[in-house]
Write a protein that binds this ligand. Sequence first.
Ligand code: AMP
Ligand code: ZN
Length: 502
Amino acid sequence: MTDIPLKLFNSLTRKLETFRPVRNGEARVYSCGPTVYNYPHIGNMRAYVFADVLGRTLSFKGYKLTHVINITDVGHLTDDADAGEDKLEKAAAENAQSIWDIARHYTEAYWADIKALNIREPAKWSIATDYVPQMIDFAKGIAAQHCYELDSGLYFDVTTVADYGRLARAVTDEGEGRIQPVDGKRNAADFAIWRKTPPGESRQMEWDSPWGRGAPGWHLECSVMSGNLLGFPFDIHTGGIDHREIHHPNEIAQNQAHCHSDASGANIWMHNNFLVERSGKMSKSSGDFLRLQLLIDRGYHPLAYRMMCLQAHYRSELEFSWEGLGAALVRLKRLVMGIETLNARHAELVSASIAPREAEPRGEEWTLKQVQADDFHPEVRRFLNAYDDWISEDLNTGVPLTIVEQILALKKVDPSEKLTAVAAMDSVLGLNFMWLTRTDLRIRPKAATITEPAIEAILTQRKEARASKDFATSDRLREELAAQGVEVMDGDPLGWDWKLVV
Ligand code: AMP
Ligand code: ZN
């Protein structure tokens, strides 16, 4: 197995580039985190599945990974440019709750989704409000040369840095037309570094600064936390594609000012495309939206959603549908069943003392070096090489999923060896293959009222009716189950005799 270089699509150059770490053997990655004024929707979680696959790939390729994800608990306005209210202040006012309680509640909800999707914890969750003194210092450092003060706050003059907006490639008059004007701004694209609390008003979150009492701008947070925790320049900065237009160009402008350099602060800027709903852009500011818990409530295992994400390339738009999610769940079930069968076969061989490979299949995280050092059947080795090729080509996960399926289907290969290969591949895919069971995947929809023993009892009666060729009774029992949301699946190749479809 050769060492295939890792190629990543850099939004700055709009090209695939070979990953070359700033520090030998290390990979330092910053991902823009959620704004915790509401539950994350599954589109938001696509951004973290993508960042997780990136991190896992870097670890697999042998880099020592330092990943930081921030939590935005202050500063993000209802518009990504400077218009509107602070999202958290607004949520707190609407719910008559403390902003700190709101932030804590939704941060915990986000962490629960992270866990459910088997996303690895970053080295550091950086909470924006923990870094306000550093933000003020950063702003002080760039204020004289790059900023100007208005009654509403301290603003960054985007003409003071080279090539502002090169990441967005869209700072045309038309692009700027989307930005709502703030009285006195020198250029439409100028943005707030510090937002002063208007006279006579107070905010739940506000701090003293040389520009008066107020709160930091959202873009400032990410420059400060990434620079403080990773150091400029670091390797990779990630976020959703929306951030390519305003948030990241503004971070880059600040980084340039802070570092007295034309460089952007990160070598590679990567953006995942959106998960969309046919009805329009997914949004968590509209009341009823798709959150992970809704999928679970309807009986879908959260890893079925991870599977759905992995089936698409991260740079492609992905349309959500319940049918698509159902298909992803079935695919996951098939894989898990294949693995269970192999485990059983392996156990048989071991108990008969004829296991060709002594060792238990290894379920822990693998690196490419370990895969290279392990002794694999030539056909498995060929698949593992192909797997590395695909994953190294801008994190292609779609083909590797089919490689997992092909390895499981190989004839004449020892089960434990197949399992070991699958475990190695799952180090990047993160679908938890080695631990997930069929039982885990059967989730009871929240609205279901019929119990499992009741279903089994009716199915037993139905089996008896069929055995005595009483098809009228068999049909009636099937209808009875259907009325209670149970779909009977006669002859299902996966052996799932029924499913709840409420
Ligand atoms: P937010 O909490 O709105 O700041 O967003 C958190 C992350 O989700 C950011 O990286 C966004 O770019 C990303 N994001 C927002 N909407 C979507 C979507 N529909 N699909 C994929 N990523 C999204
Ligand atoms: Zn950010």
